[in-house]
Design a protein around this ligand. Structure first.
Ligand code: 2NL
Length: 347
């Protein structure tokens, strides 16, 4: 019988050495030290041992049980240690790797231009104000000296909101907000009004049915055309280069008298004549003029006491001129190949 004890000892120790995972160890434990394991079997067989050998047999089995228990604990610690170091190696995070860059949004070129232009005027003393895109016909037209039968007011130019009461339109320019500003304040008034505008347009490379304008307005005692020229020249030079020459020519808008068209010498050919300026050497960037006395009267200002000027420009057009964008439709197609070019972070 003691031969059998030794045989089981050899086998158990050999198998324990083979068991290299927690699962294998648990199986081994069940096989030898479990309730129905080999050691229990050996104990039971004591009845088959001749009585005089029983004490020695019992001691041998107990000794084996103690030995196997100790070796098991030892082996278990070993296996746990090596399993842990394997996991640490497999799941290791290299904290020295650079992080993946997060996707960041950029500002739309039209937004960037609005901020650039309004900032220039803010530094010249103009406050930025914004207002509604849905307007009464009164603010969009009547107050601006645009009569009821003017072609700008028909359904082929202006987008109307269906209404059985007052005439309501999507504003075709940002001027309504300047009227609202003058109604609410007394001179001196100096504001710039950026915002989205709408017109019923046949869409092509230079016309969209919605676009952005920035208008400016200065009203006070003694405001003259000279202030307009100086302000616009300073603006154009900050936006398009200090060396810019400027040109004023007569133009007509119903809400100003006199009206002017303001141009800069072409920054691509320096006035030589090229594709951008269509050979003229000049680029028209905005319309302006002295606010019509009737417009001042409409907001309750006395045109004998106050004078003022206003100007208006198309934001998309400015971006197109500054960066050589060939088609206004690119601004509203959401194509990142176009938009990313205006954002370092996305390019
Ligand atoms: C253009 C021309 C212009 C104005 C806008 C204006 C506003 C008020 C009173 C008088 Cl409340 N005038 N705005 C004046 C002249 C020209 O815009 O071609 N814009 C793209």
């Amino acid at each position: 019988m003691s031969g059998e004890v030794e045989r089981i000892r050899q086998q158990a120790l050999a198998e324990l050495q083979q068991a290299s995972s927690t699962t294998a160890l648990a199986e081994w434990h069940g096989r030898y030290l479990g309730r129905r394991g080999e050691l229990t079997q050996l104990m039971r067989r004591i009845s088959q041992v001749p009585p005089e050998e029983r004490p020695a047999y019992g001691q041998a089995v107990n000794a084996l049980k103690e030995e196997l228990t100790a070796r098991f604990e030892q082996r278990e610690a070993e296996v746990k240690r090596s399993e842990l170091s394997q996991r640490l190696a497999a799941e290791a995070v290299d904290v020295t790797l650079p992080g993946r860059p997060a996707d960041v949004a950029g500002l739309h070129p039209v937004t960037q231009m609005i901020r650039e232009v309004t900032t220039i005027f803010n530094h010249l003393g103009f406050q930025t104000v914004e207002g509604p895109e849905v307007e009464y016909g009164y603010y969009a037209f009547d107050a601006l000296n645009i009569p009821q039968d003017h072609p700008a007011r028909d359904v082929w130019d202006t987008i109307f909101i269906v209404s059985d009461q007052k005439e309501i339109v999507l504003r075709p320019h940002t001027s309504p907000m300047q009227i609202r500003t003058m109604e609410r304040r007394q001179p001196p008034v100096r504001v710039v009004v950026p915002g989205r505008c709408y017109r019923f347009e046949a869409v092509d490379a230079t016309h969209e049915w919605h676009f952005h304008q920035i208008e400016g307005l200065a009203v006070d005692e003694h405001i003259t055309m000279a202030d307009l020229k100086g302000t616009l020249a300073e603006f154009a030079r900050q936006l398009f280069g200090q060396e810019r020459k400027v040109r004023f020519r007569c133009d007509y808008f119903p809400f100003v008298e006199p009206g002017v068209d303001f141009a800069i010498d072409c920054m691509f050919c320096r006035g030589e004549g090229c594709r951008v300026c269509k050979g003229t050497g000049w680029i028209e960037i905005l319309g302006a003029g002295m606010v019509h006395p009737q417009v001042l009267r409409n907001v309750g200002y006395d045109p004998e006491r106050y004078t003022g000027w206003a100007f208006g420009m198309g934001v998309e057009r400015l971006v197109m001129l500054k960066y050589g964008v060939p088609d206004i439709r690119l601004f509203y197609q959401g194509d990142l190949r176009f938009l990313a070019q205006f954002n370092r972070a996305l390019a």
